[in-house]
Design a protein around this ligand. Structure first.
Ligand code: CAA
Length: 380
């Protein structure tokens, strides 16, 4: 059976997310972007409403919802504020998911509950100055010394870099084993030797706090290792398979937000004696935008559905992210064009959405990495 109908619960999530985006994210979104200011208050409210641990078991403070509900919420929030929604995506997909699936009972009790309720924020630390797409080239090391590891290295481009309290850090525990010598650790802000470094001044998602992190002889207890030694690379890859669904949903939201603004503007703005929506040049743009968004939505929902069904979803999530991020870029560029000169100024929001769209083609695996994942899936 093929059913495109959302459930009552999913529709309720959609409405709640839409209302929250309009009432809480929209006010001030332009200023936060201009000033590169993190949406602290808004993220706290998102936690209180259950958006920060949507799929986590309610026994650990989560919402116990399906992945479809999560992508629906991501889409609605991303229409308005992609800086807030990336924090949500990282916390849900890259931090809570892996802790719930692979963490010990004690790790879940100590960390997951606080993360899922939004009491604290998490960050996922894989990328390094010399290891972005080539993620196996980890230079950060964790050397076992009795009942703790000594962690040394630098991480780059870390979302929630300064606002997080709990960091999942990937590091080399045995360089002789390549990617099979990589492990994952839970590091807390405040541990001696852990310093939050430079904040990046970015093109888009300027409200999101992206930092480098520096670790110098940080003592990480053995009990903070996630899974066995050597499991860290698989842990990171599996985590990113799900993370890409969240970013695909974000891209879908950015595209939908820009399209809705362009559609509304086209009905108001008049040229040559009629609304520009009555000119075929604009009608064809709207038709292309709507078609691309619908195709992206089907890929995003399908990847979420596969995950919910316990089926293989790595290739589907890579396809969803690849396509939705390219759609986000195309649609936002066209939305600016529909607005003409007004689209080029901040007040009309679409220029911000265009800048925000670009990162969806880069983080959680560039479009080129998605093509690697997809083609390997096809050819295996
Ligand atoms: N799912 C599960 N396992 C995977 C996997 C996937 N998608 N991709 C690779 N693996 C496994 C492989 O099966 C292999 O395991 P075995 O040796 O046990 O068979 C192991 O990982 C190594 O894989 P490869 O030999 O394919 O390694 P590679 O070096 O050729 O390529 C890569 C790996 C797919 C290119 C990988 O490096 C990659 O995904 N790079 C992109 C990293 C990325 O997405 N970074 C995003 C940073 S996080 C971020 O952006 C968060 C944020 O702040 C918003």
């Amino acid at each position: 059976m093929l059913n495109f109908q959302l459930s009552e619960e999913q529709l309720a999530v959609q409405e709640a997310a839409r209302d929250f985006a309009q009432s809480e994210l929209l006010p001030g979104v332009i200023d936060r972007d201009t000033e590169a200011r993190f949406p602290t208050e808004q993220i706290q409210k998102m936690g209180a409403l259950g958006f920060m641990g949507m799929m986590v078991d309610p026994n650990f403070g989560g919402g116990g919802m399906d992945t479809i509900s999560y992508v629906i919420a991501m889409e609605e929030l991303s229409k308005i504020d992609a800086s807030a929604s990336v924090s949500m995506s990282v916390n849900n997909s890259l931090v809570c998911w892996g802790l719930e699936k692979y963490g010990t009972e004690a790790q879940k009790q100590t960390y997951l509950t606080k993360l899922a309720t939004g009491e604290v924020l998490g960050a996922f630390c894989l990328s390094e100055p010399e290891a972005g797409s080539d993620a196996t080239s980890q230079q950060t090391t964790a050397v076992l010394q009795g009942d703790y590891y000594l962690l040394n290295g630098t991480k780059n481009w870390i979302t929630n870099g300064s606002s997080a309290s709990i960091y999942l850090v990937i590091a080399q525990t045995d360089p002789s084993k390549g990617h099979k010598g990589i492990s994952a650790f839970i590091v807390e802000k405040g541990m001696d030797g852990f310093v939050v470094g430079k904040k990046e001044d970015k093109l888009g998602i300027r409200g999101s706090d992206t930092h480098s992190l520096l670790f110098t002889d940080v003592k990480v207890p053995v009990k903070n290792r996630i899974g066995a030694e050597g499991f860290g690379f698989t842990f990171a890859m599996e985590t990113l398979n799900g993370g890409r669904i969240g970013i695909a949903a974000q891209a879908l939201g950015i595209a939908s937000g820009a399209y809705e603004l362009a559609l509304a503007y086209s009905k108001e703005r008049k040229t040559f004696g009629k609304p520009i929506s009555q000119h075929q040049a604009i009608q064809f743009k709207l038709a292309d935008m709507a078609t691309q968004i619908e195709a992206a939505r089907l890929l995003v929902y399908k990847s979420a559905w596969l995950k919910d069904q316990g089926k293989e979803y790595a290739q589907a999530s890579a396809m969803a992210k690849l396509y939705a991020s390219e759609v986000a870029m195309n649609v936002t560029v066209e939305a600016v064009q529909v607005h003409g000169g007004y689209g080029y100024v901040k007040e009309y929001h679409v220029e911000r959405l265009m800048r925000d769209a670009k990162i969806t083609q880069i983080y959680e695996g560039t479009s080129e990495i998605q093509r690697i994942v997809i083609s390997r899936g096809i050819l295996k």
